[in-house]
Design a protein. Structure first.
Length: 668
């Protein structure tokens, strides 16, 4: 029998010719695919001579992706079993699950999803195998002539069009057949694969979640399809845990809590992506602004202020036009003259709502001569910026069109860049910890380095390499080697973003620090060096909150609306046991207000138990209760958010305890 040599999980072995991955890993039930010379392969494929082969388990990211992809194909099979006229779009794995798009006459209902789940369960129990078949383009087009979207993808890829199929990929054209144990072909689909060996592997943890409309290829110019979303996990326990996380996330949804706690709203009359802050939300926003303003001053920043609009030439100088034009609002035409028939008789000047503050800060730097002795020179402002986000991605406070950034720019010598980045990282991590976001890591975003994508970034290879290394080494000095994000940089330079986990384990991009070697050159920024020569500074962008709106949205969900005392809109609610004790608690409230505490007295006509429930529902940190014995003793009873209570605490001690909790930024 002929043989071959291959490296299996790092060990060189002699194998019989024709050995498959299934043969190699037959005793390992957790292996779902294999990695052959870096590419994912089905286990049924034969091992080639000299290959490097590694097992991929269902617990690994690649293995989990294959599990979810295979579940998506079972969904498509079930849809066409129930509705043979349904046309197939694409069905990729995504974070936490998968989706598949279908062209059907009527949208899917919740009852439809239940029927589909039952059909999927039958397919899974049959133990159908996923069998890969290579075909020519002509064969694929003939076999799939009844599937217009699949044929479009085949023709599109053949023409080399941008955005070719996520299903096909760059290699051979393949169709995957779902085959029953008796050898009968049950179904097939155009797909690059790979897949799990059998539908039996999918028996543990998956579920269909919802359906929604989705345009073919994401363009409103194309037909509207129906997308079915699902989730899939290696075990039922992981599926249950995921659904529990979803339920908790829904409970914490900042849009829902914002309405319940009377913090902010999104009036349709103003427009999508625009928020108005109510008085209680305004308190939190003001506390955030006061905090970060003071911290900037302590860290050596100088406050500046710039207009909301500017002539278009400024953004051409900075490079944002045309690189950033797609996310800027259309220009306004100022000083344009129009006759009675609506004809333009005098062209106006184009002005843009600013989407960023940095160009204007550059003008402040350039307004007079600068010396090396002034560097680092640090500017900071609460800059209102406007970004033309598409309606489909606008989401509460976390994706808005009008926002306030705690935006800052440091101008440094090249030699000072590393120290300034370290200074900023200490600033932003300290800020996150003060706001209770203590679990974080660094992400380093770099440019794309291949083909046309490289042209989207300004600057030389040497500049990018040098800037990237400064960011990487500085981040690593914190003991947190940054996670790489290839292609995620701004067009003018690489950046570090701090990714923070909230109370239920979700990751949010928070503060950012960006190294910019382009704008100083484009604006002709200079300083006089110690030797009298004119030198170009390095510009470092940083936003500590990012945007106040988004940061607040994250905080609402992180705390589930139960803010720490220092941020709570109402820090103390005084609740009399009965009407005769109203005046006494108003005296207590006066003392608290004099100490700077945000306090209310509930002297409404509601019954005492209802007042306590209202304070609890509004997540007030401290409720001070007073009845006859409390008033006689010059005391109050403390009630905390968790329902526990301390009775007859002297008023002066109560004030001291509240002030300490505020000063310690305590969560109670």
């Amino acid at each position: 029998m002929s043989s071959l040599i291959a490296t299996i999980d790092g060990i060189e072995r002699e194998l019989a010719a024709g050995t498959t991955g299934s043969d190699l890993f037959s005793e390992r039930r957790d292996v779902v695919v294999m990695r052959v010379d870096g590419a994912l392969w089905d286990l049924a494929r034969e091992i080639p001579e000299g290959a490097s082969v590694d097992a991929v388990t269902v617990e690994e990211p690649d293995g989990l992706m294959v599990l979810r992809h295979s579940t998506a194909h079972v969904l498509a099979q079930a849809v066409q079993q129930i509705n043979p006229d349904a046309k197939l779009g694409v069905g990729p794995p995504i974070e936490n699950g998968f989706y598949y798009d279908f062209d059907v006459e009527t949208p899917f209902t919740p009852e439809d999803l239940k029927k589909l789940e039952k059909a999927m369960q039958r397919i899974v129990k049959e133990g159908q195998s996923f069998e890969r078949r290579e075909v020519s383009r002509e064969e694929a087009l003939a076999e799939l002539s009844h599937e217009p979207y699949k044929c479009e993808l085949l023709n599109q890829e053949a023409a080399g069009a941008e955005g070719a199929s996520v299903e096909i990929g760059d290699g051979d054209i393949t169709i995957y057949d779902n085959v029953r144990r008796n050898g009968e072909r049950a179904w097939g689909d155009l797909c690059r694969g790979p897949h799990v060996p059998s539908t039996k592997v999918l028996a543990n943890g998956w579920s269909l979640m919802r359906s929604a409309a989705a345009y073919w290829k994401g363009s409103e110019k194309n037909p509207q399809l129906q997308r079915v979303y699902g989730t899939a996990w290696p075990t039922k326990e992981e599926l249950v845990a995921y659904k529990d996380r979803l339920a908790e996330a829904e409970r914490r949804d900042h849009r829902k809590l914002g309405a319940e706690l009377d913090l902010y709203s999104f009036p349709e009359e103003i427009g999508s992506g625009m928020v108005v802050f109510h008085p209680k939300g305004g308190v939190i926003k003001r506390e955030m602004e006061d905090y970060v303003r003071q911290r900037h001053i302590e860290e050596g920043f100088e406050y500046v202020s710039t207009p909301h609009i500017s002539k278009d030439a400024l953004f051409y100088t900075s490079g944002h036009l045309p690189y950033y034009k797609g996310t800027m609002f259309p220009p306004m035409h100022v000083d344009e003259e129009v006759d009675d028939q609506g004809n333009v008789t005098r062209q106006g000047q184009e002005y843009f709502l600013k989407a960023m503050n940095c160009p204007m800060h550059n003008l402040i730097f350039r307004s007079r001569g600068r010396s090396y002795r002034e560097l680092p020179l640090r500017f900071f402002e609460f800059g209102s910026v406007y970004r033309y986000e598409k309606s489909g991605v606008v989401h509460g406070l976390t994706r808005v069109r009008a926002m306030t950034q705690d935006d800052s720019h440091s101008y440094v010598t090249p030699e000072q860049a590393g120290a300034e980045i370290e200074h900023l990282l200490r600033f932003v991590t300290g800020l996150l910890e003060d706001f209770g976001l203590t679990d974080y890591y660094f992400e380093l975003s770099t440019r794309d380095t291949e083909g046309d994508k490289k042209d989207k970034f300004i600057g030389s290879d040497e500049q990018w390499e040098s800037a990237t290394e400064v960011l990487r080494s500085t981040a690593a000095s914190f003991g947190l080697e940054p996670v790489l994000d290839p292609g995620g940089a701004a067009f003018y330079g690489p950046k570090i973003s701090v990714q923070a986990k909230d109370a239920i384990g979700r990751t949010w991009q928070m503060s950012t620090i960006q190294y910019d070697f382009n704008q100083p050159e484009r604006f002709g920024l200079e300083y006089t060096a110690a030797d009298g020569s004119r030198q170009q500074p390095v510009m470092i962008h940083s936003a500590k909150f990012g945007s106040i709106e988004r940061f607040l949205g994250v905080l609402v969900e992180h705390y589930a609306g139960a803010f720490p005392v220092w941020l709570a809109p109402v820090q103390v609610r005084c609740v009399p046991v009965a009407e005769p004790f109203n005046d006494y608690l108003h005296e207590v409230a006066t003392k608290l207000r004099a100490a700077g505490v945000r306090v209310e007295v509930d002297d409404s006509d509601e019954r005492f138990p209802k007042k306590i429930r209202t304070a609890s529902k509004e997540k007030v940190p401290f409720v001070l209760i007073a009845g006859g014995e409390d008033a006689e003793a010059g005391a109050v009873s403390f009630r905390f958010r968790d329902g526990s209570q301390d009775n007859q605490v002297p008023v002066d001690e109560a004030v001291e305890r509240i002030l300490k909790a505020i000063g310690d930024k305590a969560q109670v």
